[in-house]
Design a protein around this ligand. Structure first.
Ligand code: THU
Length: 162
């Protein structure tokens, strides 16, 4: 028996002001995306913003449905919008934030497992990792170098090849 150790590295910035101007702008765009969250069931608003390698920014927010399993996460809404509107353009970074009225979110918001899987697939499609930035309403910003940091040993489409 042998062991393999899978490590995740997170760069932790104390607040928004500590980010580079481009990263700060992207997180601010994610926060602006909260405005269009449709979340009447959970009340939990999530915003995401992508910076494409051609510098364009694409935003997404969570879109819920009375049939709960149909709820769409902000990250996947943004990633699908980018694929539909800017096909073939790799994504440099994704910023994710959330707002839950009545509760101050003081810790970074981390993508759900399904979104991690989709982030990894989009990276593979483009042959390029995307940086992942996360923040709550306030406080520390986590920055990761790519989806693998969030989903080690993920399922990869390559196994479906014959
Ligand atoms: N949500 C996201 O938009 N992104 C995530 O990564 C986790 C959860 C949304 C789905 C649902 O509308 C609400 O947050 C509560 O789960």
């Amino acid at each position: 028996m042998k062991k393999i150790v899978l490590q995740t590295t997170v760069d932790v910035f104390p607040d928004l002001a500590a980010l580079s101007p481009l990263d700060r702008e992207l997180m601010e765009q994610a926060r602006a995306a909260l405005e269009h969250s449709y979340s009447p069931y959970s009340g939990f608003r999530v915003g995401a913003a992508l910076r494409l390698t051609n510098s364009q920014i694409v935003k997404g927010s969570n879109q819920e449905n009375a049939a709960y399993p149909l709820c769409l996460c902000a990250e996947r809404v943004a990633l699908a919008a980018a694929a539909a509107q800017h096909p073939g353009i790799p994504i440099q970074s994704i910023a994710i934030t959330a707002h839950y009225p009545g509760k101050l979110l003081e810790h970074p918001i981390s993508p759900c497992g399904a979104c991690r899987q989709v982030i990894c697939e989009v990276e593979q499609q483009h042959g390029q990792e995307m940086r992942i930035l996360m923040q709550g309403d306030v406080g520390e910003v986590y920055v990761l170098s790519g989806g693998k940091e969030l989903l080690p040993l993920g399922f990869e489409g390559g196994v479906l090849e014959r």
